[in-house]
Design a protein around this ligand. Structure first.
Ligand SMILES: Cc1ncc(COP(=O)(O)O)c(C=O)c1O
Length: 416
């Protein structure tokens, strides 16, 4: 770290790191993990919670009248309650456990959009969406005959809201927007977008995959109709995600999967559906994953999401400043009001070559199109390198990245 720059004194990332076994495996010695936007690491508390489920109370939820089954059910539903509180949902039954953000958005596309969107209607998405919040709407538009329209971003990777007047109308039935861009880091003004969409009677689905891990989210304050996020980007296990929906919308939405547990009564030729949230949770659920998500929320709460946001913000500002000093390094996205993911190009070094070079130095970054090809097209690049930060990262790790990038420039210049 440069002399004069200080680590955030209210927060000790080195102490936090001690909770994450991955950094203490001999084979991972010196690992600098800058790919939390793809998936975060998991603290011991989360791993222990999952393990405890399998070791101590393993049974299917909602099915057994015996003690461990009751404990499994109680732990599963307690995780739902914690999740509801964490994102400010008004009711616990508005939390549907799914596999991931991708699955949550597909639930809305299949269960709600295909039922309520028709040939005269429009779906509005933004240019900066992850494919998870774009492809389901392309297909929904193709299947329903609705028109897909785009909210464009400017050269700074920001969505100017003055376009909304001309894009939103009574024809708009659904707006799909990411809270925080996984490529550009842009934090979008989703509250304003939701308000404008509601003025024309449209519903809004927010992709919160990159926001819930990093900043306080209150779905009621945002007035989001649907809100999707993944556990694995916020210290929880892979394979557990959340769809939040307003009760009235979930009531009118069709189930997406049919089978065990999602029914109320079954007859020969037709059946009726269970109450919320179970109407959407057919079959055996990822109970250990949900319990792990609950433990991740406990872990985040024990630090404080505001504290995590401050730490992320201070790392991001520091990194932006240091990266700017590297000649030929171009940062995509805004300079302010951004999440802790920084995408960049470095001269004409291909992002994959850069990532491979950095891996030799034990620095893990992401390279590629980041499942956001429209963003790549907009900025006229095939791929970018991306460094993303979380609560276990430090400024000295950023210094190591900057040092390695300078070295990489020298190394690759030999091959030109
Ligand atoms: C903004 C955004 N949306 C959606 C997703 C998809 O998340 P998942 O793969 O957990 O479904 C990601 C993952 O990188 C993301 O960053």
């Amino acid at each position: 770290m440069e002399s004069g720059t200080k680590e955030n004194t209210s927060f000790d990332a080195d102490k936090i790191r001690e909770h994450f076994p991955i950094f203490f495996q001999p084979e991972n010695e010196g690992l600098i993990y800058f790919d939390s936007a793809a998936t975060s690491q998991r603290p011991r508390e989360v791993l222990t919670a999952c393990n405890n489920f399998y070791e101590k109370i393993n049974a299917n939820a909602h099915r057994g009248a015996y003690k461990i089954a009751e404990k499994a059910t109680a732990a599963f539903e307690a995780a739902r309650e914690k999740t509801a509180k964490f994102i400010g949902a008004g009711r616990t039954e508005e939390i549907i456990f799914v596999r991931s953000t991708t699955e949550a958005i597909n639930f809305v596309a299949y269960g709600w959009a295909r039922k309520f969107i028709g040939v005269e209607d429009e779906i509005l998405v933004t240019e900066m969406e992850h494919h998870s919040n774009l492809i389901p709407w392309q297909v929904a538009a193709q299947k329903t005959g609705a028109r897909l329209r785009f909210l464009k971003m400017n050269e700074n990777g920001v969505l100017p809201l003055d376009q909304l007047d001309s894009l939103l109308s009574r024809k708009t039935k659904l707006v799909a927007v990411t809270h925080v861009s996984n490529v550009l880091g842009t934090v979008n003004p989703v509250k304003e977008i939701i308000r404008a969409a509601h003025n024309v009677g449209a519903k809004v689905v927010v992709d919160g995959a990159q926001s819930v891990p990093h900043l306080p989210v209150d779905v009621v304050d945002l007035d989001a109709d649907f809100f999707a996020f993944s556990g694995h980007k916020m210290l929880a296990p892979m394979g557990i995600g959340v769809l939040y929906g307003k009760t009235a919308l979930l009531e009118e939405m069709e189930p997406v999967y049919y089978g065990g547990e999602m029914i109320n009564d079954v007859d020969y030729y037709q059946s009726t559906w269970n109450d919320l949230p179970w109407k959407f949770e057919a079959g055996t659920q990822n109970i250990a994953g949900a319990i792990g998500l609950g433990a991740a929320i406990d872990f985040i709460n024990s630090i404080g999401i505001d504290t995590i946001r401050e730490h992320d913000h201070s790392l991001t500002e520091y990194a932006l400043n240091e990266l700017k000093k590297i000649k030929d390094l171009v940062i995509l996205g805004p300079t302010e009001n951004r999440g802790p993911a920084i995408s960049f190009t470095l001269g004409n070094i291909h992002a994959h070559d850069l990532a491979t070079y950095l891996d030799q130095k034990n620095i893990a970054i992401r390279s590629g199109h980041h499942c956001a090809k429209l963003v790549m097209k907009k900025f006229n690049v095939a791929a970018t390198a991306r460094a993303s930060f979380y609560l276990y990262n430090t400024k000295s790790e950023i210094d190591a990245l900057v040092h390695a990038l300078n070295e990489a420039k020298g190394y690759f210049s030999k091959w030109r």
